[in-house]
Design a binder for this molecule. Structure first.
Ligand code: FES
Length: 124
């Protein structure tokens, strides 16, 4: 059911964990399956210099988180906001239809973490 790329990513997921002094944190969940994804971003001059995730969810959600962090590290926050779940699915070489919502969590987690970063910037 999973592509070779997903299996490889699951055997060696990248950027697992949290960033203690993260500049933006996004937590999202899917009400129907109950899975939760937390994204931590380190941002310097609006560029994402580090990203880590903690995902309590299915394999597709973990693989989506891993490739999402890889896709956004080095990007500006505006560029990162343009990373969609379709980009995540493409990087994973496809997801079964019933697992597409898992990739949506990654897109939402990035957006939430950037929202959190922007809110904190405004308070400074
Ligand atoms: Fe819900 Fe994968 S089954 S995130």
């Amino acid at each position: 059911m999973y592509s070779q790329k997903i299996i490889e990513t699951l055997s060696n997921p990248k950027n697992v964990g949290e960033i203690a002094d993260a500049d933006g944190i996004g937590t999202v969940g899917n009400a129907s399956c109950g899975d939760i994804m937390e994204m931590f971003l380190k941002i310097e001059n609006d560029v994402i210099v580090d990203a880590k995730f903690k995902t309590f969810g299915c394999g597709a959600a973990i693989a989506s988180s891993s490739v999402a962090t890889e896709l956004i590290i080095g990007k500006t926050i505006d560029e990162a906001l343009k990373v969609t779940n379709a980009d995540v699915v493409e990087t994973l070489e496809g997801l079964p239809p019933q697992k597409i919502h898992c990739s949506v969590l990654a897109e939402e987690a990035i957006a939430e973490a950037i929202k959190d970063y922007r809110a904190k910037q405004e308070k400074k």
